[in-house]
Design a protein around this ligand. Structure first.
Ligand SMILES: [Zn+2]
Ligand SMILES: [Zn+2]
Length: 96
């Protein structure tokens, strides 16, 4: 069973692709329609450094997309728990 995130990495709309200091991609999540950072390797755990770096880069994209302070980082991996990924989700209107 191929991993959906490993495949998504190749064909969905990309915001950017990092190769250094480690590989990860920020792309549009197919099912949520929100920006999402996906680790370049198929593993569930990112180091603290990797997680912080991905959140930082994803914040830049999410700020462009939703505006300053209008999104949250969602690190819960509901559908694909074995491949590290982080969603940036827009805050609902009532939260503004
Ligand atoms: Zn994977
Ligand atoms: Zn999603």
């Amino acid at each position: 069973m191929p991993c959906e995130l490993c495949e998504l990495r190749e064909y969905t709309q990309h915001y950017c692709r990092f190769t250094h200091p480690f590989r990860f991609t920020i792309l549009e999540c197919d099912s949520c329609g929100t920006p999402m950072a996906v680790l370049g390797e198929h593993r569930s755990e990112a180091s603290d450094f990797e997680r912080a770096f991905m959140v930082e880069a994803l914040t830049v994209v999410a700020r462009f997309r939703y505006g300053d302070g209008r999104f949250v980082m969602d690190e819960v991996m509901r559908q694909i728990p074995d491949h590290c990924h982080i969603h940036a989700r827009p805050l609902p209107d009532w939260a503004h």
